[in-house]
Design a protein around this ligand. Structure first.
Ligand code: GLU
Length: 366
């Protein structure tokens, strides 16, 4: 049985395909979302919407009916479409006396500790003011090339849900559930009502491709589920076009797939986990085992350094963990494999000889 009666903070992610009809936004759909979200707010819950659709709406405005290819064109379409998208939300929510606020994000914002905390503060303030934040990726400035893109709003919505300690993330999509086999290839595929662990087989079955203007497919939904699950947040993936879908999900109706959380990491640990690593520190098996036993990482366990980074950057430790390093890549290169006494000789007595403390290390292959 699903019980969301105590889910106070809810993130609702709405995909491009759900939101648009042909090449235009489906205004009637946005009105229905507004009335469902309005009921949640009236019932004392807090809601954040993550909405796709900017690129699709921009493309529609320019009468481009092909898939918008190329970074520059997607950026231009997003810049054109984003205000149109917000206009739809604004109009529909105003009918319920609800003010909406636009928040545009890049992956960089969530990777930087300071802007990450600023974001949390601004969303908290908007929620306190009973304003509805509507989030999207800042597609006009974020690109994969410079590592500032989330790539898809599924991931963005999970990162935001994690960031604001949401109890529930509802992903409204044209994909109605997770299936035991790829339903596009296997007509006998059956939906899975509840997932307690995302297995490599599930990821393999998920396939890749997303939609015409959007980017997310099943694979990105599973990635989102993993991110949210480390934050103790449940996810429901459901057919966004079902009648009164938000209300029914909250009411505990068994629609779509629910992903149950695995562990709830601290806020700092989640920031580390979700940051883009600045480099890699390779460590030996003994050091890895020590980390698993909640010990610090010492230079004696370091066997190599990849990339250039400053002290306090988030880095990968092999492929199994992420950490905030106390030492820069050049310091580490000089110290790798050395023992603490030698390190103090090299760096001077006041220097920290620990690469990372347990609070700053998160194991990924948990
Ligand atoms: N941010 C994109 C948009 O608003 C959508 C990304 C996605 O589909 O996940 O058009």
């Amino acid at each position: 049985m699903r019980d969301f009666s105590k889910a106070k903070r809810i993130v609702v992610k709405i995909g491009t395909n759900v939101l648009t009809k042909g090449d235009c936004v489906d205004s009637a759909y946005v009105r229905r979302v507004a009335s469902q979200v309005g009921s949640l707010l009236a019932g004392g819950r807090q809601v954040v919407i993550v909405s796709s659709g900017a690129i699709g709406m921009g493309a529609g405005q320019l009468h481009l009916d092909e898939k918008v290819k190329g970074m520059k064109m997607r950026q231009a379409c997003a810049a054109i479409g984003q205000p149109l998208l917000m206009q739809e939300y604004r109009k529909s929510f105003l009918r319920h006396g609800i003010t909406v606020a636009q928040v545009l994000l890049t992956a960089e914002v969530l990777s930087n500790r300071k802007t990450y905390l600023n974001l949390r503060n601004s969303i908290e303030t908007l929620l306190d003011l009973k304003v509805l934040p509507v989030l999207n990726e800042n597609d006009s400035v974020s690109t994969d090339e410079i590592g500032t893109a989330f790539g898809d709003n599924d991931k963005l919505s999970a990162l935001v849900a994690s960031k604001i300690d949401a109890d529930l993330l509802i992903i409204l999509s044209d994909i109605d559930a997770l299936y035991d086999k790829n339903p596009q290839e296997h007509p006998d595929a059956r939906p899975i009502p509840a997932v307690f662990e995302i297995t490599p087989q599930m990821v393999k079955n998920a396939g890749g491709e997303g939609s015409k203007y959007g980017t997310g497919g099943m694979r990105t939904k599973l990635e989102a589920a993993k991110i949210a699950s480390n934050a103790g947040c449940r996810i429901v993936l459901a057919d966004g076009r079902l009648k009164d879908v938000i209300g029914r999900v909250i009411g505990g109706e068994e629609i779509g797939t629910v992903f149950m959380p695995k562990r709830k990491l601290s806020n700092r640990a989640r920031w580390i986990l979700n940051s883009t690593p600045a480099g890699t520190i390779t460590i030996d098996a003994g050091a890895m085992q020590a980390l698993r036993n909640r010990k610090s990482l010492l230079p004696s366990g370091v066997t190599g350094v990849g990339g250039t980074f400053e002290a306090s950057a988030v880095v990968m430790l092999n492929n199994n963990a992420k950490a905030v390093t106390n030492l820069s890549s050049s310091q580490l290169k000089a110290l790798a494999g050395k023992h603490s006494s030698e390190i103090r000789k090299i760096l001077g007595p006041k220097h920290r000889d620990v690469v990372a403390i347990p609070e700053d290390i998160v194991i990924i292959d948990y």
